[in-house]
Design a protein around this ligand. Structure first.
Ligand code: ACM
Length: 543
């Protein structure tokens, strides 16, 4: 079978009778499976043209939850059985039913991923018995919608693409120097001013090209509610990120007093039109803390605790130059009894750690939040290699592994001359397939703090959905198998077997309309001749 991600146990018997679907096939849901039934009826109904009405009988497709399956396979685990009498998906909980239904769709063939029936298709599920459960509870992708905005529909589409691969976390990088992407009612200039820039550099920093089309966009609060609910119905949790105290120039352009006005002419700042890390960072004042408490207060209302227990506060790449030059920041360091600017950053993050904990949420931040002392309940996104994650896990903090040398999907996927705007190291599909989220340095107790992993998609050189698709696929498929399936160690992984299954999976991606990188290299229209990237030569370091 070409199922991806590979199930834990799978027995398919092509010689035995399967279950043929037709216009009389019923689809029935037990308690906890109703939402998945609605989803499956929508998807399969569109692809097959069959109505799939509910029925109380024991034939057809049945979706159930079961305590024994939960005890054996967990909340997200499921058992799927197909024989001539019908098909049953039994989940440990509602999420397990949903992942099982995703497997069911894969069993029907690539046309099951289309939105209208093709003529003459026979819909047959093979005789099968599958038992499955995920390796990790955090199986994520981060989408940078700040550098290039992705409209709401494109985000909903990505939720579907994640769910089709049994990924369950969408981390939205909502703010950065180059744009603020979420409506905050009490601070309207964040989107009036901060959500657009007059032009963008085309290519990486050294590129001389500019695109003079104004770029921007933002999600209204209702858009966010829709995204969160749409994701929740697909068992995808959304982690919002508001990046502080660095990566904040768009916010400072909207409200110059948020910046260090005694160290820079913040009133003259616009939303940044270049790439890189801006020197313009937040001022360490009480007024700035109150402002961002207001931002987070609105955010907590949009991202409910049940589906968004974690709130990401960024914390990465905060240049300290303005704080060194600012008399007010220096006075603040003395007043707070801090040693230096590193501790000032730590003070900033700790404030929001306590603030979020008081409201029943958990802070997560990039691994720079380890510097100057990690706040008590904080979790770490380990991006500068594994080292931050190893240190945090050893100290008893939860970790999401997303090392840039392994799973930054903005990095180029081939060393050839035709990769569009090549960035960073060569990280092939096979490299991602051999990514291991738990480094050997961790003992069992520390390894238990690795919640999982995520692939990060930074969009400086991805100007639209098609470019994002190209960078993300097919590598996200390999990533999905790494975080879901029980694979052996990196060297022993069955790369050839995975590549064979990809043959069938590319046909699913075709049906879904995904603009992936073809195995032989980019199609002519996927190239960006003459647009400079920043390739790094040589193999990536491992940590
Ligand atoms: C990051 O890549 N700056 C988290």
């Amino acid at each position: 079978m070409d199922l991806i991600p590979a199930p834990v146990r799978c027995h398919v018997d092509d010689g035995a009778p399967g279950h043929t679907l037709d216009a009389t096939t019923t689809l029935t849901a037990g308690p906890g499976a109703e939402a998945t039934a609605r989803w499956l009826r929508g998807e399969l109904g569109a692809a097959t043209g069959f109505p799939l009405p509910p029925d109380s009988g024991r034939s057809g497709i049945r979706l159930l939850t079961d305590d024994r399956v939960r005890a054996e396979l967990g909340e997200e685990g499921y058992r799927l059985t197909v024989d001539a009498g019908g098909t049953a998906v039994v989940g440990g909980g509602p999420a397990g039913v949903f992942w099982g239904a995703q497997t069911l769709r894969q069993l029907l063939g690539p046309e099951a991923f289309r939105r209208a029936p093709l003529p003459g298709r026979v819909w047959r599920l093979p005789h099968a018995r599958i038992e499955d459960r995920p390796r990790f509870g955090w199986r994520g992708m981060m989408l940078d919608v700040a550098r290039h905005f992705l409209p709401k529909d494109a985000v909903l589409r990505y939720v579907d693409l994640l769910a089709a691969h049994k990924l369950n976390v969408l981390h939205l990088h909502l703010t950065d120097d180059q744009g603020w992407r979420v409506e905050i009612l009490r601070h309207p200039r964040l989107t009036e001013v901060g959500a657009w820039r007059p032009r963008s550099r085309r290519g990486h920093r050294a590129s001389p090209l500019w695109d003079d089309t104004p770029h921007g966009g933002f999600y209204t609060q209702d858009d966010v509610r829709e995204i969160v609910a749409y994701a929740a119905a697909r068992h995808v949790r959304v982690v919002p990120e508001i990046d502080v105290p660095g990566h904040s120039q768009a916010a400072i352009a909207a409200y110059p007093w948020l910046g260090n006005a005694d160290a820079a002419d913040t009133a003259a700042l616009g939303v940044w039109d270049d790439w890189g890390v801006s020197e313009n960072v937040l001022a360490p004042t009480d007024e700035v803390l109150r402002f961002y408490e207001g931002v987070f207060e609105e955010l907590l209302g949009l991202f409910p605790a049940e589906t968004s227990p974690f709130v990401h506060v960024g914390g990465d790449e905060c240049p300290k130059e303005q704080w060194r030059r600012s008399p007010a920041a220096q006075a603040r360091i003395r007043e707070l009894g801090l040693a230096d600017e590193e501790e000032l950053q730590s003070w900033f993050i700790r404030h929001f750690d306590r603030w979020l904990a008081d409201r029943g949420r958990r802070l997560i931040g990039w691994d720079e939040i380890l510097e100057g002392g990690l706040a008590d309940g904080a979790a770490v996104s380990s991006w500068r290699g594994y080292a931050g994650g190893i240190a945090a896990a050893a100290a008893g903090h939860d970790v999401v592994m997303c090392p840039e040398q392994q799973v930054y999907l903005d990095h180029r996927q081939d060393g050839g001359p035709h990769e569009p705007v090549p960035i960073g190291y060569v990280r092939t599909l096979e490299d991602v397939y051999r990514f291991e989220p738990v480094p050997p340095e961790l003992d069992a107790a520390a390894a238990a703090h690795v919640l999982g992993a995520q692939a990060n998609v930074w969009t400086e050189v991805m100007e639209d959905q098609s470019r994002v698709d190209y960078q993300v696929f097919p590598r996200l498929v390999a990533f999905a198998e790494v975080v879901w399936s029980e694979l052996p160690g990196p060297a022993e992984r069955d790369w050839a077997g995975f590549r064979d299954r990809m043959t069938g999976h590319f046909r699913r991606l075709d049906a879904l309309g995904v603009d992936y990188r073809p195995p032989g290299g980019p199609s002519p229209w996927q190239r960006r001749p003459g647009v400079l990237g920043r390739p790094i030569e040589g193999p990536p370091p491992n940590v």
